[in-house]
Design a protein around this ligand. Structure first.
Ligand code: UD1
Length: 341
């Protein structure tokens, strides 16, 4: 079985991707120091796939530790690199943490890959590299160095690192996946999002409010130039997103090296914050108390993806929609409540 090292494999998108890797016949090898995830993600993966995944509790900045994993699992077919910090606000307050963890760890990973002759990497990037695009929907050729936070800038730099390396190494194949807004959970409710502390992302805040853990959802601004005044985003079901990683690995095989190709991963459709809240209430039949607050610093007004390139080249498209995602997110939240007693 082809072994794929999945950094951040216990995280939200990583755990769902491990499930899809197993379904496609790959063997994921998870490297995750659990700083922002929990061991029970591995149990969830095992429940869904019937196989306990290989896992190492290692920080990707620990070069010696990474060396050992690559040596133990040689030959490594490829790497999917999720491990990174992702809180926009925190990155403004503590930029060095982001430069060290996100950029530093990719440099180490690439060095270890080079030493072990591993030539395939799928990288977790973000639509944050587009900033506020002038034209919508945003395509892969839209200006892409417009990040407005240190977090976003780490994605710009990491993308450039991979581009530079693909120029220097004639055998390297890199795929950069620019995620829009991943939400939802596995329909089995065995894996999902596990935010630490107060969630900063919309959907975990919505589910925790519906569950009564939070009193009220504050919608960050209702005076934007959008149809209902709230921000518009492209919310993609995490299972659809996870499938795209496996398709990217398969697609790479058919391409000549060197390769550094970027793909948008979204639904191609924008929804406002209010639409998300209303849809959640409609599909789940639970109220979500909400109020309007001020705009959040750094938020772009609207962004959604042009997904024609992913469709035409990877042969990928979404099978699930906003309703599915919000139903699955709620099912997951209810499971968490039950587990907590
Ligand atoms: C941001 C980043 C994205 C990153 C993601 C990871 C930008 C432009 N986007 O996504 O690249 O991958 O974080 O965390 O930097 N909202 C509320 N109330 C809340 C929470 C959110 O109204 O309590 C609103 C936000 O203002 C926003 C929308 O919901 O309009 C989505 O927010 P969020 O889930 O945080 O994602 P982004 O900010 O779009």
């Amino acid at each position: 079985m082809k072994k794929v090292i999945v950094t951040g494999g216990a995280g939200f998108i990583g755990s769902h991707t491990c499930v899809e890797l197993v379904a496609a016949g790959y063997e994921p090898v998870i490297v995750d120091d659990l700083r922002n995830s929990e061991e029970r993600a591995l149990e969830g993966i095992a429940k869904i796939t019937g196989r306990v995944p290989l896992g190492y509790r290692i920080d990707c900045n620990d070069e010696g530790g990474m060396e050992r994993v690559f040596a133990e699992h040689a030959p490594v077919h490829g790497v999917i690199h999720f491990a990174a910090d992702k809180a926009v606000g925190e990155s403004v307050a503590d930029p060095l943490k982001y430069y060290h963890n996100n950029i530093g760890s990719l440099a180490i990973l690439l060095r270890v890959m080079a030493r072990h002759g591993v030539k395939r990497i799928v990288f977790s990037s973000s639509c944050t590299v587009y900033g506020q695009p002038e034209k919508m929907p945003v395509t892969e050729t839209s200006p892409d160095r417009n990040a407005s936070s240190p977090y976003g800038y780490t994605k710009v730099v990491c993308e450039q690192m991979l581009r530079d390396l693909s120029h220097a190494d004639p055998l390297l194949k890199a795929v950069l996946l620019r995620y829009f807004n991943p939400i939802g959970a596995h329909p089995s409710a065995h894996i999902g999002e596990l935010p630490r502390g107060v969630p900063t992302n919309l959907v975990p805040y919505v589910t925790q409010t519906a569950a009564g853990q939070r009193e009220v959802l504050t919608i960050n601004g209702n005076d934007y130039p959008t149809p209902d005044g709230t921000n518009v985003r492209d919310y993609i079901h995490v299972v659809d997103l996870a499938r795209a990683h496996v398709m990217a690995l398969d697609w790479m095989e058919k391409q000549a090296a060197p390769l550094c190709e970027v793909f948008n991963l979204g639904t191609g459709k924008g929804n406002s914050v209010l639409e998300v809240v209303k849809t959640f209430v409609e599909v789940n039949g639970v109220p979500v108390p909400h109020r309007f607050g001020p705009r959040r610093a750094g938020d772009v007004v609207s962004i959604w993806a042009d997904v024609r390139k992913s469709r035409d080249e990877l042969g990928w498209s979404c099978k699930l929609d906003l309703k599915d995602a919000l139903r699955d997110a709620w099912r997951w939240q209810k499971g968490l409540e039950r587990a907590a007693g």
